[in-house]
Design a binder for this molecule. Structure first.
Ligand code: SF4
Length: 369
């Protein structure tokens, strides 16, 4: 039966045979229930797309983490973005995913439809170019993302400085993975017993921060990638560590990740950004979990340049994104899933984003948990 499912589900995938072998080994190794969190939304989507969750033994539960930057960007920041985009002589730039994320009253897409200058860019450097081409406008870039996008956001600030542009700024919204892992594992409701760490974040930052986390919370961590073979390998190595009661950190993605990470990128980040407390949507404030601009670059901070005053936020009363993002509930347990909330008419960010867990469940037909 498993054999048939694997062959059907992995049809056309180039490493299907190897995935099959790893899945078999997982089945042989597991002796008891384990809950493993994949923190990254990109990994959640790959798991759903290739049906890997359906090939694992029943004992293994995959808990989907908050690793979707669009989903965790605080409502206050989205409302602030909407306020800035509504000002005259502003061109507000953003990655496309953010345009449909609901704020308290509307989204950036509606702001654009009502005539405001909201533009989709594919890189923060595109926003710098727009600032160069529009010297009488203030150009603001919505700098969202995890550690992965931080180097590009930094490069945009440094490029604006080099070009002497005083009409460019960013709305800093980067969030950081290790503080989120502390928050999840330190929570009284925590059910996570093993972690799959996100390979792309570790490619930039390394994984030198993880041994302390693993020891503190008695939780093994395996760094892995996004291909089905990477993911099942990561799961197998986590299962081996759990079954053997070994609290260790392993790197199952050595083709992209080293212990120290990309030192050049890290020193550029340090020059322009510093850790600040940041509110995560649906989760709350996590100490030192975001990047703000350092004193030397503070004048590129759009929240200083535009005084939006006090912003009163209002979350959807129906959306349970907070519980989904903390791994306490599956998207299919939300009463609005697939009915009131769909990708065409999303109530919450996890249904909008290409990395959101609700969008993954909807797209790949996971109607029940
Ligand atoms: S299905 Fe929609 S309403 Fe429910 S948690 Fe996900 S985004 Fe929120």
């Amino acid at each position: 039966m498993i054999e048939k499912n694997i062959s059907e589900i992995l049809k056309g995938y180039r490493d299907a045979d190897m995935v099959k072998r790893v899945i078999h080994e997982i089945h042989q190794r597991v002796t008891q229930p384990w809950a493993i969190m994949e923190i990254c939304g990109g990994q959640t989507h790959a798991i759903m797309q290739y049906g890997l969750d359906q090939l694992l033994p029943d004992e293994i539960e995959l808990i989907h983490g908050p690793g979707c930057p669009v989903c965790v960007t605080a409502l206050e920041l989205i409302d602030q973005a909407l306020w800035i985009a509504d000002q005259n002589d502003v061109i507000f730039t953003s990655f496309g995913d953010m345009l449909r994320v609901p704020g308290s009253k509307g989204d950036l897409f509606s702001a654009r439809a009502s005539g405001r200058q909201v533009r989709v860019v594919y890189s923060p450097l595109d926003a710098v170019r727009i600032a160069q081409e529009n010297p009488v406008k203030q150009v603001v870039f919505f700098a969202i993302g995890f550690e992965t996008t931080a180097p590009a956001n930094v490069m945009a600030v440094l490029q604006a400085e080099k070009l002497g542009l005083d009409n460019f700024s960013i709305l800093p919204a980067n969030v950081l993975v290790p503080p989120a892992m502390h928050a999840i594992l330190g929570s009284p409701n925590n059910r996570v017993q093993g972690f799959l760490a996100a390979g792309h974040v570790c490619a930039v930052m390394g994984y030198w921060e993880y041994p302390t986390i693993a020891q503190k919370y008695n939780t093994p961590i395996v760094v892995t990638g996004f291909e089905p073979l990477d993911l099942v390998n990561g799961i197998l190595r986590t299962i081996k560590l759990l079954e053997e009661s070994r609290i260790e950190v392993e790197n199952a993605y050595p083709r992209a990740v080293t212990f120290d990470g990309n030192q050049a990128a890290q020193s550029l980040i340090k020059k322009v950004f510093q850790p600040v407390d940041r509110k995560w949507r649906g989760i709350g404030s996590i100490p030192n979990s975001g990047y703000g601009l350092t004193k030397a670059y503070m004048h590129y901070d759009a929240s200083n340049r535009f005084n939006s005053g006090d912003i009163k936020t209002e979350e959807s009363k129906i959306c349970i994104a907070g519980e989904v993002l903390r791994g306490l509930k599956k998207p299919s347990e939300c009463p609005a899933f697939g009915t009131l909330c769909t990708p065409q008419s999303p109530l919450g960010a996890p249904m909008v984003s290409s990395e959101g867990a609700c969008a993954a469940y909807y797209r790949y037909g996971r109607k029940s948990s």
